[in-house]
Design a protein around this ligand. Structure first.
Ligand code: PBG
Length: 334
């Protein structure tokens, strides 16, 4: 784009900022509830909403309360929920078998939500960490995260989720080759219309801390995830990962975390034009909520500004723990 400009005073850029009406007419991006995906934590039990200490306002929900969240999302115009289970410690094993149990917490939640709120899209996470005694997203042998064995396990996990009725499957594990393997298995099983949303550019980030508390992985994780998640120093590598995952059959791609990686979001959208998502992760949420609770920033304004920034960077959808609060504010005209 080659902007045409006149010299001052013919050009006064403040003219279009003078009133709310003029600012609205000249705004370049918009945020709507339809851009949001709401990550929801699950736990066993009934009638339970258990607070997550490091994420003020976020709870782990029993299935009945997850269905209530689904109803709330639909009423607010949020198109999708993304499910994350807190798995009972006894079900976390080195072989991660609970991940492809058709009756595990996530698969029961998919069925319950699709039965009660069929119009809402249900997204799932494909990675072994909630089921792994060692806390990693992949199978571990002698301290090494195994790629190909993990991909085979992820395929089993994705198939049972599709069988349960998941609309969108989100591999967040960063193993090589999993998008192609899952796509092929879904096609072979007749799940032609299941959407694959690849966590394509996922960085080894300190901002996942509160999430690991929420799913109970903080205590189990041995070491770090740097042999599979990306180096925060890299940008070209993100484009290679996105290109690879699109070529293997991803329908949508994601950049994660969000705010520290808006440059990556913008590059990915500009380079491929594919449906692009960002994950405003737990640590980003905790920073804004934590500062707001102390009165250090205006929490609502910071929330909306942070979400609008994703739209400006080119993101179509945003996974955010703020989804219900932001949608409520948007419904009030905020
Ligand atoms: C793991 C997974 C993580 C998140 C989503 N899926 C954490 C990790 O990679 O350790 C993080 C989400 C957040 O921080 O909000 N498969």
């Amino acid at each position: 784009m080659q902007p045409v400009t006149a010299p001052f005073p013919a050009l006064r850029l403040r003219r279009l900022r003078r009133t709310a009406a003029l600012r609205e007419l000249s705004r370049e991006t918009r945020l709507a509830a339809g851009n949001l995906i709401w990550p929801v934590f699950l736990r066993e039990g009934e009638g339970i909403e258990e607070p997550v200490a490091s994420m003020p306002g976020v709870v782990r929900r029993s299935l009945d309360r997850a269905v209530a969240a689904a109803r709330e999302a639909a009423a607010l115009g949020i198109p999708a929920l993304c499910l994350f289970p807190y798995t009972e410690p006894a079900l976390r094993t080195p072989g991660c078998e609970e991940a492809w149990n058709p009756a595990n917490l996530t698969n029961r939640a998919i069925r319950a939500i699709k039965r009660e709120v069929p119009g809402l899209a249900v997204m799932t996470d494909v990675a072994l960490d909630p089921y792994n005694a060692l806390g990693h997203d992949g199978l571990v042998r002698d301290g090494v995260i195994l790629n190909d064995e993990t991909v085979a396990a992820l395929v089993r996990m994705a198939l049972v989720q599709a069988e349960a009725g998941a609309d969108i499957i989100g591999p967040s594990d960063m193993m090589d080759g999993r998008i192609g393997a899952i796509r092929q298995a879904l096609e072979a099983a007749g799940h032609h219309d299941v959407v694959l949303l690849s966590y394509a550019a996922k960085y080894a980030s300190a901002f996942y801390g509160p999430f690991r508390d929420a799913v109970g992985a903080t205590a189990t994780l041995r070491g770090d995830k740097k042999t599979y998640q990306m180096n925060p120093a890299n940008s070209d590598e993100a484009l290679r990962l996105v290109a690879r995952d699109l070529a293997e059959g991803a329908d949508m791609v994601m950049v994660k975390p969000g705010m520290p990686y808006l440059d990556i979001c913008a590059r990915v959208k500009a380079a491929f034009g594919a449906p692009t998502c960002a994950y405003q992760v737990s640590g980003e949420y905790a920073m804004i909520r934590g500062a707001a609770e102390r009165g250090w920033i205006d929490g609502e304004r910071a929330m909306m500004e942070s979400l609008l920034a994703f739209r400006r960077a080119g993101c179509d959808a945003i996974l955010t723990y703020f989804a219900p609060a932001a949608a409520r504010l948007l419904a009030r005209g905020g």
